[in-house]
Design a protein around this ligand. Structure first.
Ligand code: SF4
Ligand code: SF4
Length: 189
């Protein structure tokens, strides 16, 4: 009799627990479904791009005419990366820059060289699409380094998204559900 009683109570407990668990799963499922009604926070690269921040450290730009071949950029670089090729002009007692190169396959984009260059001939651009099939092509000479950067906002073929607006909206959790166009551009309108 005692055994029978404990078995029934055990079964009852089991049922209660199962119902409770099912309830939790149901609640979780409803929340998951609720997420599906929100707009996805996705940037549709390469048709949409975030505008890099003002101090973004992309590809380095170099101005050959400004460089005095002081080699400060080499000394402050964690890996002594910039190659400054110069010769001494004995008649004028001055260094003359011959070649300058930075290998972006090795560069860690720390910006030390830009920070310490006394003549401001180095600057950081917002270019980050540097991928290439041959690693030797990443070794930029003064011509490649001197090319003016293409900014994201100048590219009329893509939609640009301000990262500030994007992240502030994300952090505030502003979510619209009344739209069929489910992309982030629409989300920012
Ligand atoms: S960004 Fe940093 S790692 Fe790259 S060349 Fe300049 S100092 Fe060296
Ligand atoms: S620190 Fe500036 S001026 Fe000096 S060698 Fe480097 S790029 Fe040229």
């Amino acid at each position: 009799m005692y055994n029978m009683f404990t078995m029934v109570t055990g079964l009852q407990n089991y049922n209660e627990q199962a119902i409770q668990a099912a309830k939790y799963i149901g609640q979780g499922f409803i929340i998951t479904l609720d997420h599906m009604s929100r707009l996805p926070l996705t940037i549709q690269y390469p048709y949409e791009k975030l505008i890099p921040s003002e101090r973004f450290r992309g590809r380095i730009h170099f101005e050959f005419d400004k460089c005095i071949a002081c080699e400060v950029c080499v000394r402050v670089c964690p890996i002594n990366l910039p190659v400054v090729d110069w010769e001494l002009k004995k008649d004028v007692k001055k260094k003359k820059l011959k070649n300058y190169s930075i290998d972006f396959g090795v560069c860690i984009f720390c910006g030390n060289c830009v920070e310490y260059c006394p003549t401001n001939c180095l600057s950081m651009t917002e270019e980050y699409e540097l991928s290439i099939y041959d690693r030797h092509d990443l070794n930029y000479d003064q011509i490649a380094l001197g090319r003016l950067p293409i900014t994201v906002i100048e590219d009329s073929t893509i939609i640009t998204i301000s990262s500030f607006a994007f992240f502030s909206k994300v952090s505030k959790g502003i979510v619209k559900t009344d739209s069929n166009l489910k992309n982030v551009t629409n989300f920012l309108d």
